[in-house]
Design a protein around this ligand. Structure first.
Ligand code: GH3
Ligand code: MG
Length: 537
């Protein structure tokens, strides 16, 4: 649909509201407020920026909580201003925004910045400054959420306030610095108190920088670019994952390329196995992330000791490892890996937690044959099958018939049908390699909550409007967070950002992210791709 069609739809809806008002003679002030609020978001989303700004100004005049009744006659000027924005010749002067977009490709791995700061206004300002420059930002308002996001999202940079409501920023920095060392993570401690002993402490705990608040943005932007660039350069030049001693992702990518080239030249196939620890998250939850790190180290050493000389072992990411087995058939590889399973079942890892820890892993195996470049993808699908079959086992990728993609449900909850349509349409262009995508729309919170939407073995990305009739976004959010597990549900609030408390409440109530209205649907899709890629893969 082109922008003009959306504009026509919006005009029709507006006229429907106006004629309803005319029939009533009077209308509650809060209804006018709600009308403006919705108009503001939708107009901005479909590119009618002037109308959106007009609504924003008018919103200051009306109150959301008023009980007053307004005479419709007194709103005539107000209504004709609206109609003027839709006048036919205006479409020429209005800047056309192309909403029809080409097919979307999955976004590549790019820098993600994690801001951990209880000052939501400050964090939001960073987010809203960096994102237009192509650097996505995710916010945590306390140490606990910050830790969770740090380990799940693997950010390329962390900005951490020294004072957090539930943790000492310096101690947290010490843990992150240790865990992030293998990826040369830039980690800045921020504080209003820039006394020298604070700065010294930041360096002692392993932060790479100390930044005084308020930040000087003119300095901050080049600083950030500088840090991200050097991290990339260092990463490209290192081969070993410092935490585990396995080869790192960079080494894996290069090695795989060499192996495929060799296989194509010589016709000698090789096999790839992806190994993923089972229920690893529980170790973090039960014993803390340092114990989790220790387990990763122990597991890696365990495999390095038992693997054949000719096999190469890498940390693929998080708690997932890769084993490349040259001149080995998949069934042979599976037998080898089953020997690892057996040896691991006889091993206890002591000294990490109060009681010895036992581990299992699942593995997916795929053979490289000529001209099949998606070997990682196939091993990953086999791994997914191994998980679905109950974990602690090896699966060999057989054929495309058995492809089992992860299910990702994009759930759009917004009372504005135009916004729903726009966003849903944009998502329908997403041809995801790794996910089977389903788009679901709900007209309000109650419609979602009352429906049978949840299936435990699927993943969910919920895009949740803040202001809705019957049950507003925050109520839906609290319901979802209290009734369902966090692991497979990512929630992003769509907020009109009337004030700071909207965002604070959303993040405090368990939202993982927020998107400010008005937004462009393409932006929403790009954000969702990034988040889901990191959260669910
Ligand atoms: P499954 O059996 O399905 O694989 O479950 P799981 O818990 O192992 O997998 P899931 O993907 O749900 O969680 C993986 C967790 O690993 C999430 C993340 O917090 C944690 N993690 C990732 N990288 C690191 C790391 O470097 N150190 C620590 N301590 N934890 C990590
Ligand atoms: Mg796992």
């Amino acid at each position: 649909m082109a922008q003009t069609d959306y504009k026509a739809l919006l005009a029709t809806r507006m006229e429907r509201d106006f004629s309803k008002w005319a029939g009533q003679g009077t209308i509650p002030e809060r209804e006018v407020y709600r009308f403006l609020h919705t108009m503001k978001g939708t107009a901005g989303t479909i590119g009618m920026m002037e109308l959106s700004e007009f609504c924003a100004r008018e919103l200051d005049v009306f109150s959301e909580h008023s009980t007053e009744l307004l005479a419709v006659d007194s709103l005539e000027g107000f209504m004709s201003s609206f109609r003027n924005y839709f006048a036919a010749d205006e479409s020429a002067s209005q800047q056309e925004t192309e909403l029809e977009t080409p097919e979307i490709e999955a976004s590549s791995e790019e820098a993600l910045v994690l801001v951990i700061d209880s000052d939501a206004e400050f964090a939001a300002k960073l987010k809203e400054t960096l994102e237009p420059k192509g650097i996505p930002v995710v916010i945590a308002l306390d140490g606990q959420k910050g830790t969770e996001l740090f380990y799940t999202l693997h950010p390329q940079m962390v900005l951490l306030d020294a004072k957090l409501p539930d943790a000492d920023g310096f101690s947290l920095a010490e843990r992150f610095a240790e865990a992030g060392r293998s990826r040369h993570l830039p980690l800045a401690i921020l504080s209003e108190d820039d006394r020298i002993d604070h700065q010294i402490r930041a360096m002692e705990v392993g932060a790479t920088d100390f930044l005084a608040k308020p930040l000087n943005m003119a300095y901050f932007l080049p600083y950030l670019a500088n840090r991200l660039r050097s991290q990339e350069i260092v990463l490209r030049s290192t081969r070993i994952d410092e935490l585990t001693g396995a080869g790192n992702r960079q080494a894996f990518d290069e090695f795989l390329l060499q192996m495929t080239n060799l296989a194509e030249r010589t016709g000698k196939p090789f096999t790839l196995a992806l190994l993923d620890l089972d229920h690893f998250k529980k170790i973090n939850d039960d014993h803390g992330h340092s114990a989790g790190d220790e387990v990763l180290r122990s597991f890696s050493q365990f495999v390095l000791n038992l693997k054949r000389e000719s096999d190469s072992f890498f940390r693929y990411g998080g708690e997932e490892f890769a084993l490349v087995l040259p001149e080995t058939k998949p069934q042979e590889a599976a037998a080898l890996i089953d020997r690892l399973h057996k040896a691991l079942s006889e091993t206890e890892f002591a000294g990490i937690a109060p009681a010895p820890i036992r581990l299992t892993f699942s593995a997916g195996v795929s053979e490289y044959r000529l001209k099949q470049e998606t070997i990682v993808n196939k091993a990953d699908k086999a791994l997914y099958q191994a998980k679905r079959n109950g974990r602690n086992q090896t699966m060999v990728y057989e054929s495309e018939e058995h492809d089992l993609k992860r299910k990702l449900n994009i759930v759009i909850v917004d009372d504005d049908s135009l916004v729903r349509k726009l966003v849903a349409k944009q998502f329908s262009n997403w041809k995801a390699e790794d996910f089977d995508i389903q788009i679901e729309e709900y007209a309000d919170g109650l419609a979602l909550v009352d429906s049978d939407w949840y299936r435990p073995d699927e993943n969910y990305m919920i895009l949740l409007d803040g202001v809705m009739p019957k049950m507003d976004g925050l109520e839906v959010l609290s319901h979802v967070r209290s009734q369902y597990p966090h692991d497979n549900i990512v929630v992003s609030m769509l907020t009109s950002r009337n004030n700071e408390s909207d965002i604070v409440l959303a993040l405090k109530s368990g939202a993982d992210d927020y998107i400010v209205k008005p937004f462009y649907a393409q932006e929403v899709v790009a954000r969702v791709q990034r988040l889901t890629k990191r959260m669910f893969q």
